[in-house]
Design a protein around this ligand. Structure first.
Ligand SMILES: Cc1cc2nc3c(=O)[nH]c(=O)nc-3n(C[C@H](O)[C@H](O)[C@H](O)COP(=O)(O)OP(=O)(O)OC[C@H]3O[C@@H](n4cnc5c(N)ncnc54)[C@H](O)[C@@H]3O)c2cc1C
Ligand code: FES
Length: 263
């Protein structure tokens, strides 16, 4: 069994209406927009580009995993770290205003038979949230590491969406303690998996934790993305099986397949 999958999305631009834009900590934002046609096309693990301005400044869209979809309301949400100009502009978007999104792009998360555990750091959990909400029976445990104080609203939002999430905080102020590494399962069964996403240091620590069973650990990686169609080679990941494009070839990478952990 392989946790890889490829795609043929039809990528288009959509006019969306901002439903809400919230700060869930001083570093994390949550944007919900309405556009029924786009919401209905989202598969777990796929992404959208958000164009932060109606003008051409900034010109490029910012790529984000779709963190949640409400097909009944025709809404989708992205959860993002506020790191620069585009994400700061997203945080200031007003309810009722129009925003352009492009998508869906990227490779959907694969449908696997075995048990999946998810381990994520910070906003890295966004990639897996819609999968965990849509297929709760496929996810055994879901572990999230966050800084702690100041992230209570973020922890609450994730717990509302995925009640079984197990939260760990660096400062130990809430959740189950200060490190998921004390409880992450080892000695995984034949069809068990760990899917993960987070900062490079977190992924490296996971690789060390699972050094005796690297074939069980899979990374969702974050690279610079420009075209989203597979043409610019901007999102290439070097793997032992050659170069793979994040937007067109593969969504998850086996820990022993890559040495480059993304941005
Ligand atoms: C397929 C994909 C999915 C993503 N999903 C998410 C998500 O769900 N949540 C989330 O928080 N972020 C996600 N990212 C990263 C996100 O796109 C960037 O953080 C965002 O574009 C930064 O925009 P900005 O204008 O605020 O920053 P900029 O002003 O463009 O840059 C500010 C800083 O952010 C860094 N940065 C810019 N782009 C990226 C990038 N692509 N990856 C890492 N660092 C970057 C720059 O090096 C710089 O230091 C994803 C990236 C990709 C490629
Ligand atoms: S962004 Fe993947 S090839 Fe252009």
């Amino acid at each position: 069994m392989s946790d890889t999958c490829s795609h043929t999305n039809k990528i288009e631009d959509f006019k969306c209406i901002v439903v809400s834009s919230e700060a869930l900590s001083d570093k994390i934002g949550w944007l919900t927009v309405r556009c029924r046609e786009l919401a209905e096309r989202i598969l777990p693990g796929t992404c959208v580009m958000v164009f932060p301005s109606a003008s051409n400044d900034p010109l490029l869209g910012r790529p984000f995993a779709v963190a949640d979809v409400d097909v009944i309301k025709g809404e989708l949400s992205v959860c993002y770290m506020v790191v620069g100009r585009g994400t700061e502009m997203m945080l200031r978007m007003s309810p009722g205003s129009e925003v352009r999104l492009r998508g869906p792009f990227g490779v959907p998360l694969p449908s696997v038979d075995g048990k999946i555990n998810i381990a994520a750091g910070g906003a890295g959990i966004a990639t897996f949230l819609y999968f965990a909400k849509k297929y709760p029976e496929k996810v055994a445990d879901i572990f999230l590491g966050i800084p702690g104080c100041g992230y209570e609203k973020y922890a609450d939002r994730i717990s509302e969406l995925i009640p079984k999430v197990r939260i760990f905080t660096d400062d130990g102020t809430c959740g189950e303690g200060n490190s998921m590494f004390n409880v992450l399962p080892k000695g995984l069964g034949e069809s068990e998996r760990i899917w993960s996403c987070g900062p490079p240091g977190f992924l490296k620590a996971l690789k060390k934790h699972y050094e005796d069973e690297p074939d069980k650990l899979y990374f969702s990686l974050d690279k610079r993305m420009a075209c989203g169609y597979g043409g610019c080679m901007g999102c290439v990941v070097e793997t032992v099986n050659g170069q793979k494009r994040l937007c067109a070839d593969q969504s998850l990478f086996r820990a022993d397949e890559v040495t480059d952990y993304g941005n």
